[in-house]
Design a protein around this ligand. Structure first.
Ligand code: HSE
Length: 438
């Protein structure tokens, strides 16, 4: 049988890794796919040929990505350019031309996935996006196929390697935020715009995708609550450790009585949980299904070869199913398209969670009582409270509190009232807290 002809868009970190994997493992991939794969064409604006092993087997390399998606010979387009545009236009053109698409572009899928999947259904082509979430971990496959029997209750994931690397280095080495970020950029982990990593936007893209696959809802990136790690101080990392917790930047998707929670924020989790011990650039996703219970998926969430592993796995899937009836393929968002529901994504004010609070209060009688009374009036229950020793000559002390689960809107009101006390200095630091128990 003729080999399948692919067109590659982008020869950066992931593009280069994909060429290397397809070259290095060509025979095994062919034995799995049932057909050879020919890298017929690639387009890239700029790339370093010395860094890409196997580049010589690409028949034609140019800089015009639209020429690739309009080439009648190409059957599958692999989009590894990233970003919203021109990736969206390129993918939609490829689909309109009847080509299957594989992409690692989480931003594209989170924002434009509904449109892209509708176009793909119309044309009867596949769109694979395994590499879009958690790099080399086959989490889309696990959620869409391996866990298909389950009613998914919640997902909690460390799905941004750069952010996890920064938090790990801050905790273990006491290193400076900026220096660690620069190292993640040099290693090729960080996004083109690193605020996407630090402010949680990259994680929100990935969580949006996981939430849709888990709960059968359309992709709704704009409804995902996003808080970054730039506000997490070394002091909070240390206080959390004293209390038996680690701070991780988690993406959490949960089914609750009023709707679906989709939220990315720094989170205290008990240090004994396996996921609390996922360090450095590694990713992990914990999924709780009603039948299987909790399952944990761990691995490299970024990098050339791990991400290429997911890209090529999608390509093998596409090649295997090229001739199947389009209506009998695995649905893009796990549920049949006409079975997606309009279950609302909850606003953050309606989400219930536990909290870590840190505040600076004047060291005088009655201060603690006034704070406790505000919390009591709001119906908020304190789980633990610690007053730290004041530094020599200091008039204020740090109070650290763990708060039982309460609706965020009520917590917001209490925090505003506490911040208005003239015995409290500055803003209250609030970090959400999850038990993640099975
Ligand atoms: N910037 C991302 C990360 C790359 O650090 O996880 C993988 O999506």
């Amino acid at each position: 049988m003729e080999p399948v002809k692919i067109g590659l868009l982008g020869l950066g970190t992931v593009g280069g890794g994909t060429v290397t994997v397809l070259t290095r493992n060509a025979r095994e991939i062919e034995r799995r796919a049932g057909r050879g794969i020919e890298m017929a064409r690639a387009a890239a604006k700029a790339f370093d040929p010395t860094r890409i092993q196997g580049l010589e087997i690409i028949r034609q390399i140019g800089d015009d990505a639209f020429a690739v998606v309009n080439d009648p010979e190409i059957q599958v387009v692999i989009e590894l350019i990233g970003g919203y545009s021109p990736a969206r236009e390129l993918v939609l053109t490829a689909i309109a031309n009847g080509k299957h698409v594989v992409t690692a572009n989480k931003a594209l899928i989170a924002r434009h996935g509904n449109e892209i999947f509708a176009a793909a259904r119309e044309r009867g082509v596949m769109v694979g996006f395994e590499a879009a979430v958690a790099g080399g971990i086959p989490i889309i496959k696990a959620l869409r196929e391996g866990l298909a029997a389950n009613h998914i209750e919640w997902i909690a994931g460390i799905i941004n390697g750069t952010g996890n690397f920064i938090l790990t280095e801050m905790r273990d080495e006491g290193r400076d935020f900026a220096a660690v970020l620069a190292e993640a950029q040099a290693l090729g982990y960080a996004e083109a715009d690193p605020t996407f990593d630090v402010e949680g936007i990259d994680a929100a893209h990935k969580l949006t995708i996981l939430g849709s696959l888990a709960f059968g809802i359309p992709l709704q990136f704009e409804r995902c609550f996003t808080e970054g790690i730039s506000g997490v101080g070394a002091m909070d990392v240390a206080y959390a450790a004293d209390l038996g917790y680690r701070i991780k930047h988690l993406g959490i998707a949960r089914r609750s009585s009023g709707g679906i929670e989709l939220r990315v924020h720094p989170t205290l989790i008990p240090e004994r949980r396996l996921i609390a011990n996922v360090d450095g650039v590694m990713n992990a996703v914990l999924i709780k299904g009603d039948a299987v219970g909790p399952t944990l998926y761990y691995g490299a969430g970024a990098g050339a070869l791990p991400t290429a592993s997911a890209v090529v796995a999608d390509l093998v899937d596409v090649v295997r199913t090229l001739t199947t009836d389009p209506n009998n393929r695995v649905p893009h968002l796990a549920f049949q398209p006409d079975e997606l529901t309009d279950t609302p994504v909850l606003p953050m004010e309606s989400v219930e969670t536990a909290y870590y609070l840190r505040l600076s209060a004047r060291d005088q009688p009655g201060v603690m009582a006034s704070i406790a009374s505000i919390l009591g009036e709001q119906g908020i229950s304190i789980e633990a409270i610690q007053q730290k020793e004041p530094a020599e000559g200091e008039t204020h002390v740090h109070l650290v509190m763990l708060i039982h689960r309460v609706v965020e809107g009520r917590m917001n009101q209490a925090i505003s009232r506490i911040e208005a006390l003239d015995t409290v200095q500055g803003a209250v630091t609030r970090i959400r807290m999850e038990a993640l128990s099975g």
